[in-house]
Design a protein around this ligand. Sequence first.
Ligand code: DC
Length: 225
Amino acid sequence: METNSIAIDGPAGAGKSTLSRRVARRFGLIYVDTGALYRCVGLFALRNNVASRDEIGVARLLPDIRVEMKYDSEGIQRMLLCSEDVTEAIRLPEASVYASDVSAMPAVRDYLLSTQREMADKYDVIMDGRDIGTVILPSAGLKVFLTADPEIRARRRYLELLNRGIKTSFEDVFSEMISRDKNDSERAAAPLRVADDAIMLDTTALSFDDSFFALCELISGRFSL
Ligand code: DC
């Protein structure tokens, strides 16, 4: 049976989180950023000096990891890692690389599966990630695959990091994004791919507002929210 949930998948920097957050506010949905969960596991491994591709080492850490998702009074998702608020720390570039590496591990994906499904059971969600439409919420009422040219995505991500006061260069952001795209698409476990019943939305030539309106139209056409 189809649900009222919305699944947004796509590569890094496609605008998934910014758009989903705004859509959530517009339609009264709960926005779930699932990448933040993988980032928490990645950060934990980084802090414990476990190499990002050490599958056995990371699996050994899992029983000690406590990841919680909280929403502040403005509806912003905050991430708690063993009670510490790591919402900002997980955005650092090294945490991105770690997140992508640990997300290729089936043990990590299994570990985070129930948290994601529970959110969708409890609330009408707009959930973004890489495998939401294909694995996590196969019955989502609307699936959108959001994409844009790699250079545009890197440019947007670079500006976002600058706005957050994180110093980096466009070249570094671009090459990190290309390698993460490759990682996320070529892994065996739940790789990034377009669900058969997903609608493709390419935002390369669209402004943020235009992307938002395009997404809202898809939602209004599908649900009576
Ligand atoms: O969306 P993001 O860039 O914050 O995600 C960080 C990493 O987590 C990304 O490189 C791939 C992984 N990820 C995933 O494998 N599955 C998801 N549903 C969300 C993120």
